[in-house]
Design a protein around this ligand. Structure first.
Ligand code: ACO
Length: 322
């Protein structure tokens, strides 16, 4: 049985750090309110002229180095982003050009904060069928460029960054003891659009800003994500107790603690970066994963559980063994 195995991970954050106190100078908010309601202390912001493809390229370079691969090895690039450089071409082909990868497959996936889980599942469809020998799956976002800086309910929540993984095929027995992507559950419910969306796009003729009914999103988050986690665990053939590290999408500390409690994951197994990174949408899972690896927490052979929810609404979960 061919499986897609993650052989390297890398994250990149732009240099500029924006603290809660910095934001309190432009909107009516406070460090105390933001920390208490979200767990966020700061976020990173891309420099003027620094594009989402630039963040993606830096994360990809680190993932390639970790996997012992070069751009010449890459035959598939999937970028999850909701903030592309341009309407077209896809950010994935821009990353391909900037990295100097050979002609291959490259395209973007748009599932907002759930983008990385969707992109991983999409790439698995190529790698585990022998159609890609070495793939880059990247989550990259410049969410700060989508903010309405007069809306304190949203502008304090998001940050910029990118994370990437390298996926390679590997033969195994087809048991859960094998390395690789073991199970997925992906969901979307378009009737919940009004809870979280951008009020503009090419077809509407305006750029638009992110709009959110935060408390409504919160209400759906824990229930929806928990169901997807149980479905992904069943798809993978593992028990929740088998999970070594839980790497949730980093939206809000209260959501990720709520999910961990509901599905029965101990606090010590949760990777949380929301305090330092805030919500980087599709980039948040690979960024948190890279940090867990850098800190020596996440090791080969371990079982990881990923989950996310975002605009759409979309949500999903993935179980894999490193
Ligand atoms: N500073 C101070 N006060 C604020 C701020 C702020 N930055 N933002 C909102 N408030 C005020 C509101 O105006 C409201 O005041 P009012 O009672 O006088 O009208 C009050 O705080 C309460 O507002 P709520 O929206 O009900 O506050 P809540 O406790 O729900 O917290 C929050 C808001 C943090 C947005 C929370 O709902 C949340 O995190 N929701 C999840 C949203 C999310 O993470 N979305 C990301 C994408 S989806 C995902 O990734 C899961």
């Amino acid at each position: 049985v061919l499986r897609s195995v993650v052989t390297g991970v890398g994250g990149y954050l732009p240099d500029e750090v924006v603290t809660n106190n910095d934001l309190a100078k432009i909107v009516d908010t406070s460090d105390e309110w933001i920390v208490e309601r979200t767990g966020i202390h700061q976020r990173h912001r891309a420099a003027e002229g620094q594009l989402v493809s630039d963040l993606a390229v830096e994360a990809a370079k680190r993932a390639l180095a970790a996997a012992g691969k070069t751009p010449a090895d890459i035959d598939l690039i999937v970028v999850a982003t909701t903030t592309p450089d341009l309407t077209f071409p896809a950010t994935a082909t821009i990353v391909q050009r900037k990295l100097g990868c050979p002609v291959g497959i490259a395209f973007d996936v748009q599932a907002v904060c759930s983008g990385f889980v969707y992109a991983l599942s999409t790439a698995d469809g190529f790698v585990a069928r022998g159609r890609s020998k070495c793939a880059l799956v990247i989550g990259a976002e410049t969410m700060t460029r989508l903010m309405d800086w007069t809306d304190r309910g949203t502008c304090v929540l998001f940050g910029d960054g990118a994370g990437a993984v390298v996926l390679e095929p590997q033969e195994g027995e087809g048991t859960t003891a094998d390395r690789g992507l073991l199970g997925f559950a992906l969901r979307a419910d378009g009737t919940k659009q009004d809870l979280l969306y951008v009020d503009g796009g090419v077809s509407t003729g305006k750029v638009g800003h992110l709009r959110m009914q935060g408390n409504q999103v919160f209400r759906h988050a824990v229930v929806n994500i928990s169901e997807a986690i149980f479905a992904a665990a069943t798809d993978a053939g593992i028990e929740i107790a088998d999970v070594d590290w839980f790497i949730p999408h980093q939206a809000n500390q209260r959501i990720l603690e709520g999910v961990a409690r509901r599905v029965g994951i101990e606090e010590g197994k949760v990777i949380s970066t929301v305090a330092e990174h805030a919500n980087t949408s599709a980039a948040s899972i690979p960024l948190a994963w890279a940090k867990g690896v850098d800190e020596g927490l996440i090791k080969p052979g371990q079982v990881l559980l990923l989950e996310a929810m975002g605009g759409g609404l979309t949500w999903g979960a993935c179980v894999l063994r490193l």
